[in-house]
Write a protein that binds this ligand. Structure first.
Ligand code: SAM
Length: 223
């Protein structure tokens, strides 16, 4: 049974306002993030910060872009080709509004797409960022395979997610999210690592922190 009043992603749910607000408000966000997920918000910020290290002309895929939380890593005038993809047009409108507010709209294009069937060529991105998205997808294994497919050889995939092996303390959080319609089947951290390796990634690093996990992997040069 779905919890009333919250809604799935296409309904622009309440959580989609609370979450970006927390991420953007360091002090309150840090405390609330720790209380809700047992994790450190700076790890999420660090994943987004990788965007700011890329050279002019580099191509980034942010999926799911959601409210555009990862845009905090993109600098005005950096000269990136930043593709923000999400299955929800409502959320993409929020990404566009964030890009304007942050002064990076000239670098950002939005694409309505299912992460399970990305409309991009193989090896076409220099970085893929996937913040707090994997736990929402209907097929997380398929999503990781697609994200790895579009990575150029040597390029990095970085992201965060809730994982089902993160401990019983976070089971209520996962249950509420599932009943609210904003979480998918999710996966264990070991499954995510195995799927990334099977999809041609090496140097796979996944660290559980509280109820969340933060991962980083590099596409094999040989692929
Ligand atoms: C927690 S939110 C997004 C997080 C986003 N990275 C951010 O930080 O704001 C999850 C997002 O996943 C999107 N989503 C859910 N299923 C999807 C799918 N199959 N393909 C692409 N996006 C999807 C939702 O529309 C929603 O915007």
């Amino acid at each position: 049974m779905r919890l009333p009043g919250l809604g799935g992603w296409s309904d622009d749910p309440l959580w989609s306002y609370v979450y970006p607000w927390l991420v953007e408000h360091d002090r309150v966000g840090r405390v609330a993030w720790r209380a809700a997920t047992g994790s450190d918000l700076s790890l999420l910020h660090a994943a987004a910060a990788e965007i700011g290290t890329l050279p002019r002309g580099a191509r980034v895929l942010d999926v799911p872009a959601g409210s555009g939380v990862a845009l905090r890593g993109l600098r005005p005038g950096q000269g990136l080709d930043y593709v923000a993809a999400d299955i929800s047009p409502t959320m993409l409108a929020r990404t566009r509004a964030s890009a304007v507010r942050l002064g990076v709209a000239d670098q950002v294009t939005t694409t309505c797409a299912d992460v399970g069937a990305l409309p991009f060529a193989d090896a076409s991105f220099d970085l893929v960022v996937t913040l707090t998205g994997l736990h929402c997808f209907p097929d997380p294994g398929r999503a990781l395979a697609e994200m790895a497919r579009v990575l150029a050889p040597g390029a990095v995939l970085t992201g965060s997610s809730l994982f089902t092996d993160a401990g019983p303390r976070y089971a209520p959080l996962r249950r509420v999210g599932t009943r609210a319609g904003v979480l998918g089947p999710m996966c264990t951290s070991a499954e995510a690592v195995a799927w990334l390796r099977r999809s041609g990634c090496r140097d796979v690093d996944l660290t559980l922190h509280g109820g969340a996990g933060y991962f980083r992997a590099r596409k094999d040069d040989a692929r």
